[in-house]
Design a protein around this ligand. Sequence first.
Ligand code: ADP
Length: 442
Amino acid sequence: MQHNRHSMLSNLFLFAGIGLFVGFVFGYPAELLSAGLLTWSLLQVKQFSRLNEWLHRDKSDAEPPECTGHWGDLFDDFSRQQKRTASREAFLRSVIKRFQQSSAALHDAVVIINDQNNLEWWNRSAERLLGFKTTTDRGKPVINLLRDPRFIRYYKRDSYEEPLQLPSPVNHEIELQYQITRFGKGDRLLVARDITQMLRLEQTRQDFVANASHELRTPLTVILGYLETFLDQELPRPLHRGMTQMQQQARRMQNLVSDLLLLSRLEATRQVTDEHPVQIQSLIQNIHDAATELARGKGHEFELDLDPQHDLLGQEVELHSAFSNLVYNAVRYTRENGRISIRWWVDQEGGHFSVTDNGIGIDAIHISRLTERFYRVDESRSSESGGTGLGLAIVKHVLSRHGGHLTIKSKKGEGSTFTCHFPLDHLMLVSVSEDDDLQDAG
Ligand code: ADP
C-alpha cells in the first residue's frame, strides 16, 4: 500500500513536472501544467474503469489486465486477494458439503432452529422420524410441527441437561429421544434418536430378570422350609454347622431374589401412579425399631429428629424399602458403639430424609457408582454383611419414581450421610384432627 502511494505520487509529480517544464520552454507554464494534470487524471480514470470492469467480470478466475506501475501493483494485489478468498470459499463450501453429506447419512434426526424458533435446516432422517417437509416447512416455528405438550414444555426450558423421550409424531411405534443443545446467539440444535430397538432389548432384559427371579422363589422357599425342619432336629455337630450355613446362604439368595423382583417392578413404570399420604413419622419410627433390633449387641446409639407437621405423598411400601435400606446400611457399615442419626425435615426446597453414621465411610472415587446394581466398595465386607448389592439401586429408583433424588456425602474412616430429597408437591400437612382434609403443603 505504502509502495503504491509513493509510486502514484511520483507518477503525479512526473506529469506535473513535465507539463511545467514544457510550459516554461513554450511560455505557457500554467496551461501546460493543467494539461499534464488533466492527462494524468484521465489515465487514472481509464485504469480505474479497467479495474472496475475486471472486478465485476463474470468469470472470477480471469487474469487481471496487463498494466505497469502502481496500477499494475494494485491489479496484482487484488488478484492475489481474490485467489485467496476464492480458495477459502471453496474450502468452506467443501466443509459444508461434507457436513451435509455426513449428517444426511446419520440415522439420527438433526435439526437447526434459529433464534426466532423457526426451522432453518434438517437432514433426511428428520423427514423420516419427525415428518418435516423440505417444500413446505422451512422457516416454520418448530412448535407448530412438534406439537406434543411434553415437547413444548421441554423446548421452553432454560437448560437441556436431560434428554426427553417421546413417540415419533409420524409413527407412534417409534420411540424417540430428543436432545437440544444451544449454540451461537440463541440458535438450537435438536437431535432426535430412534431408541425403539434399545428399549425393546432393555424390556427383554427386565422381563428375563423378573421371570428368572420369580421362578427361583418357589424352589428357594421349599429348600428353606426343609432346612428349617432339619435344623429343628437333634443333629450331629458338623451336620448342624453345615445346615446352618446352607440356611444362611439360602436366605441371602431369597433376599437377592426379592430385591431383584422389587427392582424389576420399580423399573416397569417411571412414576408412581397410585400415590397416597404416607405417615412418615410412624414409618420412620418402625424402621428405627427394626434397626435397633438388627443392631442388638453392637452398642449403637440412635438419634431421631422428625418434623411432626409434614407427611409425604407416595407409595408406602416403596418408601419403606428405600428408607430401611439406608438405615440398615448405616447399622451394617458402622463399627461397634457407633452413632446413627435419622432426620426428616422440610424447608422451602422440599422434604428431606437423611441417615448419618460415623461408620467406615466411603472413598470419594466410589460415590458416583454406588447406586449401580451390584456395585460394592469392598466385596468381602459386603458379603459378610449379608447385603445384596441392590439396596442403593432400589433407593435411587424409588426416589426417582417420587420425583426425588439421592445425595451421598462420605469420608473414608469418618462416616457417611445419605439424604433423600423430595419436591414440595409431594408433601402433605399432617391433619390436625381425623376429620380434617389433608392439605397440600406445596
Ligand atoms: P449392599 O447390599 O452391598 O449393602 P447397597 O447397594 O446397599 O449394597 O450398597 C452398595 C455399597 O455401598 C455397599 O456395598 C457398601 O460398600 C457401600 N455403603 C452403603 N451404605 C454405606 C454406609 N452407610 N457406610 C459405608 N458404606 C456404605
